[in-house]
Design a protein around this ligand. Structure first.
Ligand code: AMP
Ligand code: ZN
Length: 496
């Protein structure tokens, strides 16, 4: 695009920093991925929509992107510190399957959700494929930075400078810091290798210089990041919870591995910029609420949204409507509003196509630098780029996009310009039809008489030019699986 610098908020320095690629013309990004012992909830998916938006913007700016989202299929305990059971083994026992089958099943489900959210393909290395490399890493840092206890090999955080700078507040009593591992030198010390207790066998275990066992969770991201992207790489992302334990531990391991010291030179942390998305939060009817999580038992999956008749990209739009560093509160009303907004945007594209008298197929993807004819939208594009370059201000970018979409002058140039901008949003506005957004809810059921009565009310609203009511009747019918078919050439008014 143009020369507007991309500014990103670096959690390590707590400042906006200009993106300067480490390798010319390239952007290398690592995003912490899911632990595949269960389905992902839509809060988790917010983390990947954010990472994908970042990747899209980097590509749009012309960088060749290498983007990794790892798959944790071993080593994650039920607490981020070193307590509790192994998440994979626990679920395997509960479902009476092998840990390997559990991992395969939930990885596939995760990848299906990514595709439905239009997250561009990324590399998905699995932790179990890197155990040998993790052992080699452990051997390299063990002597200077680790000590052995009966339960495993532990990292001594006092052996590196600036431990916890990312978290800012390393407290002894913070979440996951309760010291239950006897013999730890510092409460925040963490496992590099977890030995299988004598007399037990794990489904997933390997031989190592410290006995048979499994790697500690934090190690995999250091190892896979280094193996696939090389140190230092450009950007490391994750949810904001990772700023407190997982990423400080990764950074400490990286410092030890690279034999570097303090973090004043950001290269010492393995990645130059560390970025964190805020939480998707739930406000429940009882007034209780907070971070969406799996431990609460029932949780919201993308599939549930689809079952209720919401197109997955309505959820993507809902994410983009908030800045990634703000909390986002989930509500069904909010999702409904996002769906309506998405419909309007797609309708806007259809309207422009009509005005331009071109078919969907004629609007082909264009190169960034193709000259425009008829009108110049470079000022609009510049404003859009400024917004998206300001730490990915997607709410602002969206409204600039819609502003341009709402006018029909110079439709061809306008369409081409919008198509260029839309690549950063990933909403598929140029591929989807309005009817694609009509998803039949799983449990749709209304009698014909009820539908007719609703349609009658809608006709009256339209006659009175009350389009808000008419839209909301149509949407509520849609939510019940009834598609209203205005202007259908065969005269069908609706169908289930
Ligand atoms: P996990 O599978 O628990 O390791 O989480 C996968 C990713 O989702 C991590 O980057 C988490 O930080 C992120 N995450 C977890 N819960 C939420 C939430 N409620 N909102 C946004 N991101 C989350
Ligand atoms: Zn990680």
């Amino acid at each position: 695009m143009t020369d507007t610098p991309l500014k990103l908020f670096n959690s390590l320095t707590r400042q906006l920093e200009e993106f300067q690629p480490i390798h010319e013309g390239e952007a290398r990004v690592y995003s912490c991925g899911p632990t595949v012992y269960n389905y992902q909830h839509i809060g988790n998916m917010r983390a990947y929509v954010f990472a994908d938006t970042l990747g899209r913007v980097l590509q749009w700016k012309g960088y060749k992107l290498t983007h990794v989202i790892n798959i944790t299929d071993v080593g994650h305990l039920t607490s981020d510190a070193d307590e509790g059971e192994d998440k994979m083994e626990k679920m395997a026992a509960r479902e009476n399957k092998s840990a390997w089958d559990i991992a395969k099943f939930y990885q596939e489900d995760f990848e299906r959700d990514l595709a439905r959210l239009n997250v561009q393909p990324k590399q998905h290395p699995r932790a179990t494929e890197y155990v040998e490399a993790m052992i080699a890493w452990g051997e390299r840092i063990a002597e200077k930075h680790c000590y052995e206890l009966e339960s495993g090999l532990y990292f001594d955080i006092s052996t590196v400078a600036d431990y916890g700078r990312l978290a800012r507040a390393v407290t002894d009593d913070g979440e996951g810091r309760i010291d239950t591992v006897e013999g730890k030198r510092n409460q925040a010390d963490f496992a590099i290798w977890r030995k299988t207790p004598a007399g037990e066998t794990r489904q997933m275990e390997w031989d190592s210089p410290w006995g048979r066992g499994a790697p500690g969770w934090h190690l995999e991201c250091s190892v896979m990041g280094e193996a696939l992207l090389g140190f230092p790489f450009d950007i490391h992302t994750g949810g904001i919870d990772h700023r407190e334990i997982h990423h400080p531990n990764e950074i400490a391991q990286n410092q030890a591995y690279c034999c570097t010291n303090g973090l004043d030179d950001a290269r010492n942390s393995g990645a130059r910029i560390w970025m964190h998305n805020n939480f998707l939060v739930e406000r429940r009817k009882d007034g209780e609420g907070g971070k969406m999580s799996k431990s609460a038992g029932e949780f919201l999956r993308l599939q549930l949204l689809v079952d209720k008749g919401y197109h997955p990209l309505a959820y993507r739009l809902m994410c983009l409507q908030a800045h990634y560093r703000s909390e986002l509160e989930f509500s069904w009303e909010g999702l409904q509003a996002a769906l309506t907004r998405l419909k309007r945007m797609i309708a806007g594209v259809e309207r422009l196509r009509k005005a331009a008298a071109i078919n969907k197929d004629e609007l082909r993807p264009l190169d960034n630098d193709l000259p425009l004819t008829g009108a110049d939208f470079s000022a609009v594009e510049k404003d859009f780029e400024k917004a998206i370059s300001e730490d990915l201000n997607t709410p602002k970018a969206l409204s600039l996009f819609e502003g341009t979409l709402s006018n029909s002058e110079y439709p061809i140039s306008r369409l081409h310009s919008l198509q260029r901008l839309e690549r950063t949003l990933g909403l598929n506005l140029f591929e989807l039809e309005r009817t694609d957004l009509r998803i039949r809810p799983k449990d749709a059921q209304l009698t014909e008489a009820e539908i007719e009565a609703e349609l009658q009310r809608r006709k009256e609203a339209r006659a009175a030019k009350d389009f808000a009511s008419s839209d909301s009747i149509r949407d509520s019918l849609a939510a019940k699986g009834v598609e209203v078919m205005d202007g259908d050439p065969l005269g069908w008014e609706w169908r289930l």
